[in-house]
Design a protein around this ligand. Structure first.
Ligand code: ZN
Length: 108
């Protein structure tokens, strides 16, 4: 799987985005459930390790693939500031911009 591919989760229409290891470690340090099938398996397994343990599992020196639809909440959808992620063109975006674009596309 690579950047821009469709999310492999059945029924999800998200496209895979890139998240830096440093940002993913920040996201993983929050008490939220992570779902993207492209994330390191240890981050997803139940029972969920504590947030601190999970952040320690993230390789910070490389980027990871994340589905912004599967992990909308973890990426800050319900908060003012979304975690920075990159789309398939390398542009920095947030879950809020992705949702806005989807809404606009839906309205036509
Ligand atoms: Zn997904």
């Amino acid at each position: 799987m690579k950047l821009g591919d469709s999310c492999p989760l059945d029924g999800c229409d998200g496209a895979l985005h890139r998240i830096s290891g440093a940002v993913l470690a920040e996201v993983a340090a929050m008490p939220v459930t992570l779902h993207s099938p492209t994330l390191p398996k240890a981050l997803l397994k139940a029972p969920i390790p504590t947030a601190g343990e999970r952040a320690a599992l993230v390789a910070r020196d490389r980027a990871h693939l994340i589905c912004p639809i599967c992990d909308a909440y973890a990426l800050g959808a319900e908060f003012e500031n979304g975690a920075p992620i990159e789309d398939a063109t390398g542009r920095s975006t947030t879950i809020h911009e992705i949702f806005d674009a989807r809404d606009a596309a839906r309205r036509g």
